[in-house]
Design a protein around this ligand. Structure first.
Ligand code: KIV
Ligand code: ZN
Length: 510
């Protein structure tokens, strides 16, 4: 058995199915470039047949990525496979990932197909996908609740048809580690032709066991793991890439395999995904949470100072944590800015995007004397949705005094004209949002408001997420600023801009 574990990242497809995490084409390309720096083997860029917007986004990723394989999901239908094949065409390495459900409940209630029809559709899909690329993955959706003899029958047929990767998904997050590993072992042992393909695992986290289940499948012989940055994904999310990669790397004695991931790119990838999707990372999240390497207790601190390995099994710098270092200030010029960004792995497509980011940097440096790497990452992570945004913050003034109702006055541009609105509220953020709503009249419902400090200390920028819902659509807006009320106004306007964009149905809505 090979000792190489293939990392298949589905942040841009399954991750995007989280409420409000829908990304624009440019945002997908920015994340895909970071995934390439992270050296993931396969980037699942989206579901090309879902809409023209999804097709464009997958194609834009295929045009930008040179080293990783670019993949599109497709159902086992001619229309989907054609869209997937055309969208990934520009990529030097390309894969089609086709799937059909194999559990009795899905076949009978959702597909309304009998088992023979499912096998036939799976084989036809793989054969058709091979016309576009020789790298074809087949997934048996809801494999966790499928009968093993039927899975073996489908897998044998698609391997004969030419599939090169067989993916076994726990679509509903139902399995437990021992059982999942055992299922993988049985499938590998009993499927004729099993040795000709790579076996893959794809786990959801509904019972909090996605990573444990994936690792159990690896122990049983799976050599591809499907995962997302920060464990992003609908419901409780997918298996987290950083946890799987670091488990395999920290415990070679147990797993006996390795990935080609550049672990120093993990934290930058985590930040970028969080800032673009508006999903904050919980502080105690393994590997990428703010406290993941913080030793609070005196005994631990003493031990770590005397000999690091007493309490640390991994080094923070190995996964990309940098000490909060002042890197730039208000006198730093464009070249210093560009150089530091390059050192952080951030590239600009054009002089115009460099100039825009530099202008945002100057604006920040005027108000924040010490600029850290984390501030620079937020500067590009939390970039405007589009150059022609409908709403843009111009200025904000607010007063609050203990015992008094806070007031806010917000000036912003709306459809190119400047509007000004004032309001009172329960708190300064509430007053600000009410002032914006007085003019914007979006009628959107606020589902979530969260504030995180980007770096340590009270001088840190606040990073705000506002999740809005309207007419069945959910979007996340992000804003960052040393003043958290300003960050909140930016996040709210960012969410309104996202609501204003044409909706893009995702896989779940199909
Ligand atoms: O969870 C799932 O079953 C999927 C498949 C499409 C692979 O995401
Ligand atoms: Zn999934």
């Amino acid at each position: 058995m090979s000792d190489r574990l293939i990392v298949f990242d589905t942040t841009l497809r399954d991750g995007e199915q989280s409420p409000g995490a829908s990304m624009t084409r440019d945002e997908k390309v920015r994340i895909a470039r970071q995934l390439e720096r992270l050296r993931v083997d396969v980037i699942e860029a989206g579901f090309a047949a879902a809409s023209p917007g999804d097709f464009d986004a997958v194609r834009a990723v295929a045009e930008s990525i040179k080293d990783s394989t670019v993949c599109s999901l497709s159902r086992a239908t001619e229309k989907d496979i054609r869209a997937a094949g055309e969208a990934i065409a520009p990529a030097p390495r390309k894969r089609i990932h086709t799937f059909i459900a194999t559990s009795p409940i899905h076949m009978e209630k959702k597909l309304r197909m009998n088992p023979d029809q499912v096998v036939e559709a799976a084989v036809a899909a793989v054969k058709m996908a091979l016309q576009y690329t020789d790298d074809v993955e087949f997934s048996a959706e809801d494999a966790v609740r499928s009968e093993i003899p039927f899975l073996i029958r489908v897998f044998e047929a698609v391997i004969k048809a030419g599939a090169t990767t067989i993916n076994v998904p726990d679509t509903v997050g139902y399995s437990v580690p021992g059982q999942w590993g055992d299922r993988m072992a049985q499938l590998i042992a009993k499927t004729p032709g099993a040795q000709r393909v790579v076996w893959s695992t794809h786990c959801h986290n509904d019972l909090g066991m996605a990573v444990a289940n994936s690792l159990s499948a690896v122990l049983a012989g799976a050599r591809q793991v499907e995962c997302t940055i920060n464990g992003l994904g609908e419901r409780a999310g997918n298996a987290s890439l950083e946890e799987i990669v670091m488990a395999v790397r920290t415990r070679p004695d147990v797993f006996g395999c390795s990935t080609q991931i550049d672990a120093t790119q993990i934290v930058p990838a985590s930040r970028l995904v969080s800032q673009i999707t508006g999903y904050p990372v919980q502080p105690n999240k393994a590997i990428v949470g703010a406290n993941a390497f913080a030793h609070e207790s005196g005994i631990h601190q003493d031990g770590v100072l005397k000999h690091r390995e007493t309490y640390e099994i991994m080094r923070a710098e190995d996964v990309g944590w940098t000490a909060n270092r002042i890197v730039l200030g208000k006198l730093s010029g464009r070249n210093a800015f560009r150089q530091r960004m390059t050192a952080l792995g951030i590239e600009f497509d054009s002089e115009q995007s460099l100039n825009e980011a530099f202008a945002r940097f100057k604006e920040l440096a005027d108000r924040k004397s010490e600029i850290f790497d984390e501030d620079l990452q937020a500067l590009v992570g939390i970039a405007p949705v589009a150059t022609d945004e409908r709403f843009r913050l111009i200025s904000l003034a607010q007063q609050s005094e203990m015992g008094e109702k806070p007031r806010a006055k917000v000036v912003f541009s709306m459809d190119g004209r400047e509007v000004s609105a004032e309001s009172q509220g329960n708190g300064p953020v509430d007053a600000t949002v009410q002032a914006i709503e007085a003019e914007a009249k979006s009628g959107a419902e606020l589902l979530l408001f969260s504030v995180n400090a980007i770096t340590t200390g009270t001088e840190s920028q606040g990073e705000v997420t506002m999740r809005l819902a309207k007419d069945g659509r959910v979007v996340n807006g992000m804003g960052a600023d040393p003043d958290i009320v300003v960050a909140s106004a930016r996040a709210y306007l960012n969410a309104l801009n996202r609501l204003n964009q044409a909706p893009r149905p995702n896989a779940q809505q199909l």
